[in-house]
Design a protein around this ligand. Structure first.
Ligand SMILES: [Zn+2]
Ligand SMILES: [Zn+2]
Length: 413
């Protein structure tokens, strides 16, 4: 019986998803015309709230995350069940749109070039579907519309100030990103690391100025800096396991003055980014860089000041949830369309704020039309979102919410 019920529910999800497709496209295109940046998204907030308020059974809490975030809560009609958080980021980027469409950006210098308009739209769709089948499930779903993702904010405010993970306590969280390298209709799920942990570093070396002809009387900070720089590959290769994904890139180095060729400068500073699949790896990288910098500077007699910051943890997919999410998505899209990505992805995403607190899975939803080999990437002024994926993605989120609440998977949680 349970099996039959579940099948019927999946059919209803697919049917409703198809029916609401035109609305979702319209919502996505409306949002696309009013891209807004960072944490202040008044128009975006207005459009999303307006749509959510139309959905029966949804308690819409507006003006969260400092004003532009929304937490919408729905309880299933079957009583008890798990609490599932589904999250969409909703902010745009400071870019001038180069795509000519009827719904192009009306805000100069601002564009939805990361597809968060699509994320908002498919999550509204999931709420519509789960409302439609509300008598079929128990538990609670929190639909979270988060501003500030591109600036590394929003998630922490929702968690620490708005207490989105509490009352009722969230058992698991899910999110997805539209992904230009994946064909539309397909969904990739990272086996382990969906996004890397992000850190940055700065090394300031203070030597001693001197005449370029008598370097022995100076303390050359450029020589010390370049020696430290040369050691970075050794830190990665010899201090961290070869099986760990990690990258460390120096993105600037500054010393001296191009107009002065006969003086060794007193200061050299460099810095950059580091990424890793695990927070502990980032911590090791920072610690080893500091040790190396101090040792080299000691040899030169220079002073060294190292600043290492860890900005975000990795988005690590929960091993216990992975199979369940994969099969839930497969029920909507077909099993051949859903696959596991074995490589770690070291981009950054502040969904990590949720995923380091509750078991989570992050998915990559293909947005590259099948007839195109390549499309402009995320953050490109020519970026395009494939509207055909909206209803499928909404269905996938609805199925994941349904199974999560109904404990079909996650026996360990
Ligand atoms: Zn982005
Ligand atoms: Zn994005």
């Amino acid at each position: 019986m349970a099996e039959l019920g579940e099948k019927t529910v999946m059919e209803r999800i697919k049917k409703t998803a198809k029916e609401i497709e035109p609305e979702l496209i319209e919502i996505r295109r409306e949002l696309h015309q009013y891209p807004e940046l960072g944490m202040k998204l008044p128009k975006t907030h207005e459009i999303i709230s307006r749509e959510l308020r139309k959905i029966p059974g949804l308690l819409v809490q507006e003006h969260k995350a400092g004003g532009s975030g929304i937490i919408a809560v729905m309880r299933g009609g079957k009583g008890e069940g798990k609490t599932v958080l589904l999250r969409a980021d909703i902010d745009a980027l400071p870019l001038e749109e180069k795509v000519e469409t009827q719904y192009r950006s009306k805000n100069p210098g601002c564009m939805h070039a990361c597809g968060h308009d699509g994320h908002a739209s498919w999550l509204i769709g999931a709420a519509k579907i789960l409302s439609e089948i509300r008598e079929e499930w128990g538990g609670c779903i929190k639909f979270v519309f988060q501003p500030g993702e591109e600036v590394g904010k929003g998630a922490d405010t929702l968690i620490n100030e708005d207490r989105v993970l509490e009352s009722p306590g969230v058992d698991m969280a899910f999110a997805a990103h539209g992904w230009p390298s994946i064909e539309s209709g397909r969904i990739g799920i990272a086996r382990r690391c969906a996004f890397g942990g992000v850190g940055s570093f700065r090394v300031k070396i203070t030597g001693q100025k001197g005449h370029a002809s008598w370097p022995e009387q100076a303390i050359d900070p450029i020589a010390a800096a370049s020696e430290i720089y040369q050691h970075i590959p050794a830190i990665l290769a010899r201090k961290i396991s070869g099986t760990e994904s990690k990258v460390m890139s120096v993105t600037y180095m500054q010393a001296g003055d191009p107009g002065v060729r006969n003086i060794i400068p007193g200061i050299c500073e460099f810095g950059g980014t580091m990424r890793a699949a695990r927070r502990e790896t980032l911590e090791t990288m920072g610690r080893e860089l500091e040790k190396e910098a101090k040792a080299v500077c000691d040899v030169y007699g220079a002073l060294c000041d190292v600043d290492v910051q860890i900005h975000g943890s990795a988005v690590e997919n929960d091993a216990n949830l992975l199979d369940g999410v994969r099969s839930a998505a497969a029920k909507i899209c077909g099993s051949e369309q859903v696959y596991i990505i074995e490589e770690d992805n070291l981009g950054g995403e502040n969904f990590s704020e949720y995923s380091r607190r509750v078991p989570s899975v992050y998915m990559f939803i293909g947005i590259r039309p099948a007839d195109q080999k390549e499309i402009p990437g995320l953050h490109s002024p020519e970026y395009r979102f494939d509207d055909h994926v909206l209803s499928k993605a909404a269905g996938v989120f609805a199925a994941i919410g349904y199974y999560g609440c109904m404990r079909y998977y996650l026996k360990s949680i």
